[in-house]
Design a protein around this ligand. Structure first.
Ligand code: SF4
Length: 67
């Protein structure tokens, strides 16, 4: 399927590198869903790391969420 969708142009893409340094370069965080729980009882939930050029079926353009 040809598409012009990309995470970097999706309203849910967050270029901030806040996942403990996991995101780098052309990667960012997807904020479509809540953070993913970790198995450790006190582990912080992690936002999924996505490639800026990747995309998924939840792609959406539009206004960025308020900061
Ligand atoms: S994974 Fe889907 S919802 Fe998340 S930033 Fe990429 S296109 Fe958007």
């Amino acid at each position: 399927m040809a598409t012009s969708a990309s995470c970097q142009s999706c309203r849910f893409f967050d270029e901030h590198k806040t996942n403990g340094g996991a995101a780098a370069g052309d990667e960012g965080l997807c904020r479509f869903n809540p953070p993913v729980s970790q198995p450790e009882p006190k582990g912080h939930g992690l936002w999924p790391v996505v490639d800026a050029k990747d995309w998924c079926g939840h792609f959406s353009t539009g206004a960025q969420p308020a900061e």
